[in-house]
Write a protein that binds this ligand. Structure first.
Ligand code: 4NP
Length: 153
């Protein structure tokens, strides 16, 4: 079973959407998916109401998720750690202990735009458009991730 962790800053806007979207596209016996934040500000909270709303518009319920902070143990517990932006990348890389840990950390939009290191923009301080835009970007990325996973025997 592949274990995938989605990571952003607060674990309330982008990574809960990434978790919910990818879960909807793969067989759950093949993949374990979770999400976490590099920051501690929102530990224990549900996803942002705007993320819950855009997920609902697309037929997904992410309201049961609970925010947690990324820890070094996550390098042992997960095979792939997808970060949402370059700032998350730096924060997670700073916690790596060795090259094996480093090799697990990937910028999620590189699944759609290889080697371009593009950010899923932080929508927290913006309006609803930002959340729809994030949803669209993560949906594309998760289609690419899921097609790889689903083609593995
Ligand atoms: P996220 O968005 O990293 O996509 O969950 C944010 C949520 C909260 C904050 C920043 C980004 N904050 O500063 O509280």
């Amino acid at each position: 079973m592949t274990k995938i962790l989605m990571v952003c800053l607060g674990n309330i806007c982008r990574s809960p959407l990434a978790e919910g979207i990818l879960k909807s596209k793969v067989y759950n016996y093949k993949v374990f998916i979770d999400s976490a934040g590099t920051g501690a500000y929102h530990i224990g909270e549900k996803p942002d109401r705007r993320s819950i709303a855009v997920a609902k518009l697309n037929g997904l319920n992410i309201s049961d998720q609970v925010a947690r902070k990324f820890t070094v143990n996550d390098f042992d517990d997960f095979d792939i750690i997808y970060v949402m932006d370059n700032s998350n990348y730096r924060d997670v890389i700073a916690l790596t202990r060795n090259n094996e840990d480093k090799s697990k950390v990937k910028i999620i939009l590189n699944e759609v735009f290889p080697d371009e290191n593009l950010d899923v923009p932080d929508p927290y301080s913006g309006g609803d458009f930002g959340f729809r835009n994030v949803y669209k970007m993560l949906d594309e990325a998760c289609i690419a991730i899921a097609s790889k996973i689903n083609s593995d025997v």
